[in-house]
Design a protein around this ligand. Sequence first.
Ligand code: RIB
Length: 292
Amino acid sequence: MSDIYVLGSMNMDMTVVSPRFPKLGETINGHSFSTAHGGKGANQAVAAARLGANVSMCACIGKDANGKELKESLEYEGINTDYVFESDSSTGAAVITLVDGDNTIIVAKGANADVTCRQAELFLDKAKPGDILLVQLETDFKTVEYALKLAKSKKMITVLNPAPADPECSALCEFCDYIIPNETELKTITGNDDIEFSIRKIKDNYSCIPVATLGSQGCAFYRNESVVFLPCEKVKAVDTTGAGDTFCGAFCVALSNDEPIENCLKFALKCATLSVTKTGAQPSIPFLKDIK
Ligand code: RIB
């Protein structure tokens, strides 16, 4: 089993459950408020750790109570936090509105934007060929690019979850073995909302394998010149926050066990599907025993 290195964000999530999304300029009464540990990077690291992998995290937090709490929670999950740095910015935060299981999210990057190339270099210093680097786009773009290039030079397997969507991110495809966008992110990369066309376009232009996550419809990927759709089980979704992160973390765990891609995706779908049946980003991420 190879090791998993996650470079990414750590956020305190603040969620309001609401009967509907407010209109511009409108104030409405919500049902409830809660906080949970989140951030796409940390969620993916927690998913990989709970599913049995050896995980290290590179991130940046503020010198504040939220940062301390988030770092301690990763330690509790058994994740190596030696490369979770501190800066003078405040710890990242996400404001989430949850309506009937679906959400909108606004992230204030804060300290997440302060992870540097030098820190990424220190982080990957002991990485071996075949280890996995998993990144997203809630940290500094240049650092993500640098980390991907460095990982490729070390013959690591590189996985990019291009979230939040960024039109510039196609520039990263050449350094990725796998790219895992959702439908919105896929459209941002290719400029087209046809899933099959977009997957082919990425495959034709880059050497990476595209995997599109399609919410309750499962996922789609490229294999042997064709686009294959894999469905997932139907469940009652109470909160989709972090489902894509669970998918990415789980995918990397199966990959680290040398599973063929279709098995990796089936495992990732199962884990992500289970995660939407519970609320909160990290609280909803399943353990290996839940999957078995
Ligand atoms: O993908 C879900 C995550 O997006 C949340 O935990 C929030 O922090 C944002 O990063």
